[in-house]
Design a protein around this ligand. Sequence first.
Ligand code: CO
Length: 145
Amino acid sequence: MILPIITYPNEILRQKAKKIKNPKDKEIKDLILDMIETMEKSGNALGLAAPQVGQSIRLCIIKLDGKTYILINPKISRKSWKKETTEEGCLSFPGKFIPIKRSRKVTVKALDKNGEEIIIKAEGLLARAFQHEIDHLDGVLFIDR
Ligand code: CO
């Protein structure tokens, strides 16, 4: 099911999202499927965070180079000192693109869709997408960066 995307300045985008206690619940699995479908239908977005579809919980998905990353309760455990500036967009800000400075490499710890702990090391565009989406879970938007 394609979900409506919440756009700025809706206040849900500013809330700190809640930790997911039962990652294997059916409602979480259904939401993940809906979010993937919603993102795929929305053009060339790289990621979508649950608050953007009205759910203030710590879940985001990222799709890059044909690979889909499902992150539940993600945390950035390492950020490179080295940064890079690239233009970014956000589904909650249709048509808006701004250059944003972010760490070039990050390490993310999260739970996957089976509730198993995963650690992902990313760089470049993938690292950027992780930082952008995890920011959403803390109510931080790219216009703040
Ligand atoms: Co965004």
